[in-house]
Ligand binder design. Structure first.
Ligand SMILES: O=C(O)CCC(=O)C(=O)O
Length: 289
């Protein structure tokens, strides 16, 4: 099927993405569409609150605190190590994440760029960037440094702001047109204890840096060679975001990273994974459903 007739992006948007290596889709999702993913995040926060409480690290689970504040306040008197026990990003199989990964607006946008045989890459992250934890800031890198051997190209990252992201709470920054670069030699960052892949200052070249502050519900799509980073969270709230990834179905499923799933197929729509499949770590719909 020809790509031109598929998807939701305009020709101008597709041209911009191809030229610049990224595109911002402001307010792609409504508050209502983000309810399931926020519920999943809140479920995880409640689980962490229970653990902290049982371990005697907090005396109040802060059950009534609003979504952007609760996790930040739970850790306000604890250390970065206490926080990083739960990981810098989460990849739980909670229904709210699947709901987001199969959102039609997201799939339509990605379809515009790579067609309608879409595989949801196993690398997806829920990011609770909390104030003061250095590991929240992500150094300059290319996503492809996380799967250098995979033949999956292109992989499209769909980064979604679940709350407003700005220069105070550490929004994404990108270097336009760097998707044309080869995969640069990276090192593994040690300071924050996260093992992020990182590039040295002298590898960044002269390309200008574009900060991408966006409102909650906005999406930023970028190519996996595009240089990007995010700054520390200097606010007192959590900068909640999710980064999802999609690629054409004929590319490497990257089993080393987990099990992705068939998210859309014009050729085999009956094989598209449902929630039950994803929860059971099946990449496609089970035959007997
Ligand atoms: O969300 C962030 O702060 C960084 C995201 C990122 O580096 C990515 O999605 O590859």
């Amino acid at each position: 099927m020809s790509q031109q007739n598929l998807g939701s992006l305009t020709k101008e948007q597709i041209d911009f993405y191809n030229e610049e290596g990224y595109i911002v889709l402001p307010n792609l999702l409504t508050e209502k569409e983000m309810i399931p993913v926020k519920e999943a995040m809140m479920t995880k926060v409640s689980m962490i609150a229970d653990e902290l409480f049982q371990a005697g690290l907090v005396s109040d689970k802060l059950e009534d605190r609003p979504f952007p504040l609760r996790l930040a306040e739970l850790f306000v008197d604890l250390t970065a190590e206490d926080f990083l026990k739960y990981g810098r990003s989460w990849r739980d199989r909670l229904p709210g994440y699947f709901d987001l990964m199969t959102n039609l607006k997201i799939l339509d946008a990605v379809t515009s760029l790579i067609g309608d045989e879409l595989f949801a890459n196993p690398v997806y992250n829920t990011r609770p960037k909390i104030p003061k934890v250095a590991a929240g800031a992500v150094p300059w890198h290319q996503d492809k440094s996380y799967w250098p051997g995979a033949n999956a190209n292109p992989v499209i990252t769909v980064w979604i702001a679940i709350v407003d992201a700005n220069e105070v709470n550490g929004c994404l920054h990108i270097k336009p047109k760097t998707h044309r670069k080869r995969v640069l030699k990276w090192y593994q960052e040690q300071e924050s204890g996260t093992g992020y892949t990182a590039l040295r200052e002298d590898q960044l070249g002269k390309t200008n840096t574009v900060p991408l502050p966006v409102a909650a519900g906005s999406a930023i799509l970028f190519n996996d060679r595009c240089l990007h980073m995010s700054t520390p969270n200097n606010s007192h709230e959590v900068r909640w975001s999710v980064d999802l990834r999609y690629q054409p179905t004929d590319q490497d499923p990257m089993l080393d990273h987990g099990i992705g799933f068939l998210a859309r197929s014009g050729l085999y729509p009956e094989r598209v994974a449902r929630l039950e499949d994803w929860l059971a770590e099946r990449p496609e719909r089970a035959k007997d459903y």
